[in-house]
Design a protein around this ligand. Structure first.
Ligand SMILES: [Zn+2]
Length: 152
């Protein structure tokens, strides 16, 4: 198993009134030249957690941080007009909380952050990231949210 020290949370940049199945996500990522889905986990609106890439495999989700991280993506991130928004359902929040908790136990040295919390890659290496175009990803404050959840 590779060394894991970072969990990166993403949104799929899907509008709240639309759906994006695992098949859709995979089709999209393959079209962008990825060998399957770039994230390790994908959480649907109903809270279903899909393992979309083996944890042993390096993901393609956070430029410059893929080697030692796990990528988690939730379905959503845009409101009905296409503006960035925290569209997570209660089911998604519960599933995400549990998943982060489990992974933090398995990889105790892990830091948890949102994609937007990582400094941008400036070396312009030509690698196309699936969600590069949405700078606010995952459209909520991960640190603040985790602090809230641990307080309850
Ligand atoms: Zn992202």
């Amino acid at each position: 198993m590779r060394k894991i020290n970072l969990l990166v949370i993403h949104c799929s940049a899907t509008r709240a009134d639309r759906t994006l199945t695992v098949f859709d996500l995979e089709t999209d990522h393959r079209r962008r030249g990825f060998n399957g889905i770039g994230y390790h986990y994908y959480i649907r609106k109903d809270g279903t957690v899909h393992l979309t890439r083996p944890l042993e495999s390096i993901g393609a989700h956070a430029k410059g941080f893929n080697a030692n991280s796990i990528g988690i993506c939730y379905e959503g991130g845009l409101d009905c007009e296409g503006h960035p928004a925290d569209t997570r359902t209660e089911e998604q929040q519960t599933a995400l909380r549990l998943l982060v908790h489990q992974l933090s136990q398995r990889f105790p040295d892990c830091r948890v952050c949102g994609h937007r919390d990582l400094s941008p890659d400036l070396n312009n290496n030509g690698e196309i990231e699936p969600e590069e175009w949405i700078k606010l990803c995952p459209c909520f404050d991960v640190t603040q949210w985790l602090a809230q959840t641990s307080a309850t």
